[in-house]
Design a protein around this ligand. Structure first.
Ligand code: FAD
Ligand code: FES
Length: 387
């Protein structure tokens, strides 16, 4: 989590950048190709926004808005392509059985279709943690941010000391299987794939079972000197956390991103995709520190929240987010993750100060322009928002 105090905008939010590059998307993207990666994973390629080249960090994600069965829904998808190849933008999506969006994407999105996207967001990137040696630990669709980072490291000739461990259920479920073999052969990336079981048509001769201490020692005996990036389903992430701790890994060099929100897991909410990016224990520590800092004052105080465009005013106690207070006033603001990750709820703070504790869903430039995420912002005084 990132915590900060936010003040209102003092100037219009024009993008000063000119020319072929842009570092934000907030609008339509045209799908140019759809390719099967495995039996239930597909890559969707998009033309860059309005013919411009998107500047992003490998590992970052976009928030997409779709209309599924007449209802607007938002989901985050990692840009699986590399910023070194800015002429295309790819996302690689696993079909989640029973899911709202991923089956819809697989069934409906075709070349020529236009989708709405915003971003990029996120801090799960090796470029934010420069190091000579990397270890990527991935499972299932959690390989996508690692793939963007790997492709970047290979394209820039910096993949000399990279280990990728990918866990799949069967050989048929190995995402990017042929490209991983190429990255290994051409760029010397040490790729280790673990399969839990055979496919109906293929016996798996490689590493078997789940990632454990013995397998980790085998593929990365020098774990302690590596910058570690982990992404996969929640049980995988929990197991890796325990493993790294048991093997003496440095928590400050361990970075992780989850595709599934803790809140959504416990409440059964359908926005189970939402990201949380953490850097070792630092994030939890900084969040706790921020809470200590403002907590005592916040609980007792009540502030006036004005939703200017709606013409509504509501009281907001020091514990409620602006999103929650707006809902109480009868104003439903757009939202998805409700944890400061997806950026769906972004709006402009017109007056007052808030305590915003986000998780990568807003960019420093947007904050400087007076934008906030109401889902993770609590007032520190009377506030006016553009909603
Ligand atoms: C930062 C970020 C990046 C992401 N990048 C990718 C990506 O590159 N590729 C990708 O395929 N997905 C990615 N996701 C996940 C994606 O946003 C969706 O959550 C996912 O596609 C499921 O959406 P859905 O609408 O089909 O399922 P929902 O309707 O949201 O959920 C249906 C059911 O499936 C469960 N569920 C939801 N998500 C998952 C999941 N990922 N795995 C297993 N069960 C799940 C839910 O608990 C729920 O019970 C990312 C998520 C985040 C937060
Ligand atoms: S709803 Fe996702 S950032 Fe606010």
């Amino acid at each position: 989590m990132t915590d900060m105090l936010v003040r209102p905008a003092t100037r219009a939010g024009a993008d000063p950048r000119e020319g072929a590059w842009t570092d934000t998307i907030d609008g339509p993207l045209t799908c140019t190709a759809v390719v099967d990666v495995t039996h239930d994973v597909r890559t969707f390629t998009f033309a860059p926004p309005a013919g411009r080249l998107l500047r992003f960090l490998p590992g970052q994600y976009l928030t997409f808005s779709f209309v599924v069965d007449g209802r607007p829904v938002s989901r985050c998808y990692t840009i699986s392509s590399a910023p070194t190849r800015p002429e295309l933008l790819e996302i690689t999506v696993k079909r989640v059985p029973g899911g709202v969006v991923s089956p819809w994407l697989h069934e409906h999105l075709r070349p020529g279709d236009v989708v709405e996207a915003s971003g990029p967001c996120g801090q799960f990137s090796h470029e934010l943690h420069p190091a000579d040696s990397h270890l990527f630990l991935t499972a299932g669709s959690g390989i996508t941010p690692a793939m963007s980072m790997l492709r970047t490291l290979c394209d820039t000739g910096a993949a000399a000391d990279v280990v990728l461990v990918h866990c799949a259920r069967t050989p048929d479920d190995i995402v990017y299987r042929s490209e991983l073999a190429q990255l290994s052969a051409r760029h010397g990336v040490a790729v280790a794939v673990l399969c839990e079981e055979d496919s109906p048509g293929e016996h798996w001769d490689g590493l078997r079972g789940r990632l454990d201490a013995a397998a980790l020692r085998q593929v990365a005996p020098d774990l302690r000197r590596r910058e570690v990036f982990t992404c996969g389903p929640p049980p995988f992430m929990a197991a890796v956390r325990e493993l790294l701790e048991g093997e003496g890994g440095d928590p400050r060099r361990a970075h992780e991103e989850s595709f599934v929100l803790e809140g959504a897991m416990s409440t059964g909410r359908s926005t189970a995709d939402d990201p949380s990016t953490t850097d070792g224990r630092a994030a939890a520590d900084s969040r706790a520190a921020a809470d200590d800092h403002v907590g005592a004052d916040r609980v007792a105080a009540t502030y006036r929240l004005e939703l200017r465009r709606s013409g509504r005013v509501v009281e907001c106690d020091g514990e409620s987010t602006i999103l929650e207070a707006a809902l109480r006033a009868g104003v439903t603001l757009p939202s998805s993750c409700e944890e400061g990750m997806c950026g769906t709820c972004k709006l402009t703070l017109l007056d007052g100060r808030v305590d915003m504790q986000h998780a990568g869903g807003i960019r420093p430039r947007e904050v400087a322009q007076g934008k906030i995420l109401p889902c993770c912002s609590t007032p520190l005084e009377d506030v006016v928002v553009d909603a």
